[in-house]
Design a protein around this ligand. Structure first.
Ligand code: F6P
Length: 455
């Protein structure tokens, strides 16, 4: 097996009911052939892996990836499951992300209208719904009944964090005669999907597991964009606009916004780059000193001297070394970060007082507001397509994979390739350079240069 090989359940014996074409130029959409692939490494010459790509493979042997290609998603002419006798289930897991209902609706509509699959079941409250001990019944889904739900945030199926006993979950799939499980969630969910897939493989069952990556943090390894991210950073941008108004309206006014992002600062970086009003973006990936001649506070002082106001955006996972560990964990066992927002607010206020700078700090934490709203049209469109591509993949008999957006193409990624890493901002990337260009913050705010080794 090569890194990007997609596991398959068997020979696709049935003709797709989609009635597409295989001929170019007949104005009928074409099936996607199984050998259509894109290069993993888009740089040239092929032997060269760009540093951004290398960075994303942190800890992995990059030579393994140089000549690899990735399967393109889309409807196949021959499918594995006989639609008339196919049952599908859909589960939404983890924290909310705008567009969850849209993805569910797209999966149900594509199954029902395009493939004529009639038995579609919703799993309630995440993986907990696959454990009968939780007492949640599976919920029959029909496109007519869920049509309007995509206008709402949240997930009408319910969600939860944390995994369940994998043997119990697979027993439940078997008991309910499920052929394809569509599982929507972030990195924890993808790890759960991988475990379910392996257990199904161990038992040699013809059940497909198709993941649809979701997280507002946009931190899933090898996946360029997750749904909900665009909505989240767009909503976050509203807080920044308000912080800027507050800051500008006061002498030495400081607008401080804390945004979600435990391990990766994409929301903070994108929201800041989308507006040109942010002067500092602090993210977990880029270390900074708070004090000292080259530290953040000294730079802030200079900024106030020049402009008499400043806007700061901080990702919740940034600067954790300044705080004592919260000691808290969420239901998935992930550490909860300590509150960098309140800490910074206090430190900045102390600094202003100590240096007789006057001024005021206006602190905004939009918190869950950025992830519980309905999706932007851009995200909604993305969700519709993700749902459709997931159905094509599942019906074709692919399994142990997720549908993903990469290099501007919908592709299939084996779940095994994404579960052992997290996507992070590369501080040496063109993206981070753009953020620095838009903010004007120094390339580094450390007193002594450090060799930065990402974890
Ligand atoms: O995974 C997305 C995320 O929004 C993180 O940025 C955040 O730390 C976390 O979820 C908080 O979610 P919850 O409070 O539901 O555990």
């Amino acid at each position: 097996m090569r890194i990007f090989d997609i596991p398959k359940l068997g020979e696709p014996k049935f003709l797709s009911p989609l009635k597409l074409s295989s001929i170019d130029g007949d104005a009928v959409c074409n099936y996607v052939s199984d050998d259509r692939r894109i290069r993993f490494n888009i740089y040239y010459p092929q032997e060269v892996l760009d540093y951004e790509l290398k960075y994303s493979l942190r800890g992995d042997d990059v030579t393994k990836y140089i000549n690899e290609t990735i399967e393109v998603a889309g409807p196949r002419e021959r499918i594995f499951f006989d639609p008339e006798h196919t049952s599908c289930a859909i589960v939404t897991c983890g924290g909310l992300s705008p567009g969850l209902n849209n993805v569910v609706r797209a999966v149900v509509s594509e199954l029902y209208y395009s493939y004529h699959v009639k038995r579609i079941l919703g799993v309630r409250y995440g993986f907990a719904g696959l454990n009968p001990a939780s007492g949640y019944e599976l919920m029959p889904l029909h496109p007519d009944e869920i049509r309007t739900l995509s206008n709402f945030g949240g997930t009408f199926l319910g969600t939860s964090r944390g995994n369940q006993d994998v043997t119990v979950m697979v027993d439940e799939l078997v008991k309910n005669k499920i052929d394809v499980l569509f599982s929507i969630g972030g990195d924890g969910t993808q790890r759960g999907n991988y475990d379910i897939f392996k257990e199904i493989q161990r038992r040699n069952l013809p059940i497909s597991v198709i993941g649809i990556p979701k997280t507002i943090d946009n931190d899933i390894h090898l996946v360029e964009k997750t749904f909900g991210f665009e909505t989240a950073f767009s909503k976050a941008a509203e807080s920044i606009i308000c912080a800027h108004s507050e800051a500008q309206s006061h002498y030495n006014g400081i607008g401080l916004v804390k945004l979600m992002g435990r391990h990766s600062g994409f929301i903070a970086g994108y929201a800041a780059l989308a507006l040109s009003d942010v002067n500092y973006v602090l993210v977990p990936e880029v270390p900074f000193d708070l004090y000292g001649p080259k530290g953040f506070l000294e730079d802030l002082r200079k900024r106030l001297e020049r402009r008499q106001h400043a806007v700061i955006v901080v990702a919740e996972g940034a600067g954790q070394e300044y705080l004592t560990e919260s000691g808290e964990k969420d239901e998935s066992g992930n550490k909860r970060p300590s509150d960098i927002g309140m800490f910074l607010r206090n430190e900045i206020e102390k600094f202003l007082r100590k240096n007789n700078l006057g001024g005021t700090v206006k602190y905004i934490d939009p918190s869950y507001i950025i992830r519980s709203i309905p999706p932007t049209p851009g995200d909604a469109l993305f969700c519709s397509q993700l749902g459709q591509y997931a159905v094509h993949a599942g019906m074709s008999g692919r399994t142990g994979m997720l549908v993903a957006w990469r290099n501007n193409v919908f592709v299939h990624l084996p779940v095994s390739a994404v579960v052992n890493n997290t996507k992070k901002i590369n501080p040496e990337s063109s993206f981070w350079l753009s953020v620095l260009g838009a903010t004007g913050q120094p390339h580094n705010m450390v007193n002594r240069p450090r060799q930065y080794l990402p974890v």
